[in-house]
Design a protein around this ligand. Structure first.
Ligand code: ACO
Length: 327
């Protein structure tokens, strides 16, 4: 049994912070941010707004769009690197309860910005196994809580938000046509939050600096990895499914930097028009970026049953992965 996307939903926090807003606070400019990343703005969650609250709003939106009630959901998977709690309970369990899914499992999945792609494949596998029918796959992030707002090299890059996809059994020849999930843990320190885990606990550790508590990134290294990973994924996903790029309606990539997308597109000789890019409005929302982009396309009725789309992600780990899906 294959699985495909029945509906999509998203939630973006109301507060919109432009590059000029940031330039009023730190040493940066709209020109630098746009020319280096393609980012124009980002949405930032309220101080008290949690990842689970954003995930709940995106999930309810997806359920409403799919005409499915919460008690029909069999599993909630939340891909996030910014869970409500660092240990337990899982953010997914909180979401499962708050949406009113009463006969349902729930778990979090951590693969950084690739998390949503990993979660889609996990959801597909659950449905393929035959014991689960309706799986909510959510990407939700409060990146603003993990940023050092004095570090201009990282804080301008990210935003908050959530997107949700309802996966259901596919009929006809719809469903996942090919998928790849990969990891290169030798790049573990290229994108890292050093403190807060058991290696450098926040409690009782006098050596924890402010820098250790927030996202640290070797931007150039991540950039090079991302271009290579995306290029490889475009080729292998198409080859595995014996599909030509002309048959693909949209490639929906993780939205980290428009320059990464352009460089990978050029290397793979894929026209830029094939890519859906919304980074200008939302910046990098990590695991939420692909489902938010899918929701944009769905809301504009740009995707129809039978269309083939490709999702590709990359992120900390370093991880990368993608799926080719017939809707
Ligand atoms: N405003 C103004 N100047 C800045 C800013 C800023 N916000 N940030 C850095 N600079 C300066 C630097 O200080 C440096 O100045 P210097 O030459 O005087 O030292 C100059 O700009 C160039 O800095 P670089 O880091 O070399 O800039 P680069 O062109 O490499 O772009 C960027 C940096 C955008 C981060 C790029 O490396 C990139 O996109 N990397 C990948 C990032 C990414 O995708 N991260 C997310 C991964 S997904 C996940 O899992 C979270």
């Amino acid at each position: 049994m294959n699985a495909t996307i029945r509906s999509v939903g998203a939630y973006l926090p109301a507060e919109r912070v432009t590059n000029d807003d940031l330039a009023a606070r730190i040493d940066t400019s709209d020109e630098w941010i746009r020319s280096h990343t393609g980012i124009g703005a980002r949405h930032i969650a309220g101080n008290d707004e949690t990842t689970s609250e954003m995930a709940v709003k995106a999930a309810l939106n997806a359920l409403e769009n799919g005409g499915v009630s919460p008690d029909e959901i069999d599993m909630v998977i939340v891909a996030t690197s910014t869970p409500d709690y660092t240990g337990f309970p899982s953010t997914a369990s909180i979401v499962q309860d708050r949406i009113g899914a009463t006969s349902c499992g729930a778990f979090d999945l951590g693969a950084a910005c690739t998390g949503f792609v990993y979660a889609m494949e996990a959801g597909r596998g659950l449905i393929a196994g035959g014991s689960f029918r309706n799986v909510l796959v959510i990407g939700a992030e409060k990146m603003s809580a993990m940023l050092n707002w004095e570090d201009r090299s990282t804080c301008v890059l990210f935003g908050d938000g959530a997107g949700a996809v309802l996966l259901t059994p596919a009929d006809d020849n719809a469903g996942v046509l090919s998928s790849r999930l990969l990891s290169d843990g030798s790049g573990d320190d290229a994108l890292i939050i050093r403190a807060g885990g058991v290696k450098m606990p926040l409690r009782g550790c006098s050596e924890v600096s402010k820098e250790d508590m927030y996202i640290a990134m070797d931007g150039r290294r991540v950039y090079n990895f991302a271009v290579q990973a995306n290029t490889e994924l475009f080729k292998t996903l198409l080859a595995d499914a014996d599909i030509e790029i002309d048959q693909v309606k949209y490639i929906v990539p993780h939205q980290a930097n428009v320059k990464i997308i352009k460089a990978a597109a050029k290397r793979a000789r894929i026209p830029l028009e094939k890519f859906y890019i919304n980074i200008e409005e939302y910046a990098n929302t990590s695991a939420a970026s692909i489902p938010i982009a899918l929701n944009d396309l769905w809301s504009r009725k740009e995707l129809n049953k039978g269309d083939i789309i490709m999702i590709v992600g990359f992120g900390a780990g370093l991880t990368y992965g993608g799926q080719l899906i017939r809707l």
